[in-house]
Design a protein around this ligand. Structure first.
Ligand SMILES: Nc1ncnc2c1ncn2[C@@H]1O[C@H](COP(=O)(O)OP(=O)(O)OP(=O)(O)O)[C@@H](O)[C@H]1O
Ligand SMILES: [Mg+2]
Length: 237
């Protein structure tokens, strides 16, 4: 069956034969060997695998934080090899939200100010940035904590602020490297459920890594990395 061009859905991210190595003294570590995969808009996927299998390296490549030694990274139809450092920084700032293991909130700013910050960096006037940030804080159920500083919030609440901050720019993709590693199992499950709900309700595309097999129950695609290669890539029915 032939498809007209309008029927062909372009992947949000396309990796082709991506390789990334590191040198540890004399030793060459192949962190990613020939990884090829597509991520489509609307997906909710987890990357899992043993420590050292390349999960963070893959997240950094997907998030355009790190460039591969070899291979192609296409994001939203753009060949990222064509972008210089400044263009790449702008591109990332407009299209990708990040959530980190250690939350990375600015300690002297309130929850609301933390969420508004990426919008102000993009040049939105403060009043509008705060207005939009209020809406996003409400999406993660934290409107009551808008004036709280991170040190007055629990780990789970901090990570919800971080998710709101990632969502503020209305990213095409949210990348989360071990977002639940510093949380107890109850909060870990709550954070993954929240991301899942945002995925279902708002269509936000998430790619996250985890060590915890229990969290894989929530996802509709799991990519197993081993030794820098994709060992399996399972999509749930
Ligand atoms: N900046 C670096 N310098 C040297 N080696 C690195 C660097 N980053 C990663 N590596 C190596 O690349 C391999 C993959 O690392 P990576 O951090 O991607 O694994 P991971 O799956 O995220 O592990 P973990 O589960 O422990 O977070 C490892 O052998 C690691 O030691
Ligand atoms: Mg890692």
């Amino acid at each position: 069956m032939s498809h007209s061009p309008s029927e062909v859905v372009q992947p949000l991210v396309r990796l082709r034969h991506v390789r990334r190595h590191f040198l540890l003294g004399e030793t060459r570590v192949e962190a990613l060997r020939q990884v090829s995969l597509d991520i489509h808009s609307g997906e909710f996927l987890a990357v899992w695998g043993p420590s050292g299998s390349g999960k963070s390296t893959l997240m950094n490549v997907l998030g355009l934080i790190d460039a591969p030694d070899d291979g192609e990274v296409w994001f939203d139809g753009q060949d990222t090899r064509q972008l210089d450092d400044n263009a790449l920084t702008d591109f990332r700032g407009q299209k990708i939200g990040f959530v980190f293991q250690s939350f990375n909130l600015v300690p002297v700013l309130s929850a609301l100010e933390n969420v508004a910050l990426p919008l102000q960096i993009q040049g939105l006037p403060e009043r509008e940035a705060r207005q939009r940030a209020e809406g996003v804080l409400a999406e993660v159920g934290l409107e009551r904590f808008r004036d709280s500083r991170p040190d007055c919030l629990s780990g789970g609440q901090r990570q919800r602020v971080a998710i709101a901050r990632a969502l503020a720019i209305q990213p095409r993709l949210v990348i989360a490297d071990e977002p639940t590693a510093n949380l107890d199992s109850e909060n870990a499950s709550m954070i993954v459920s929240l991301m899942r709900e945002l995925n279902r309700r708002k269509g936000v595309t998430f790619a996250f890594t985890t060590h915890d097999p229990r969290l894989l129950e929530h996802v509709d695609r799991k990519i197993l990395l081993r030794d820098g290669s994709v060992e399996s890539d399972e999509v749930s029915a």
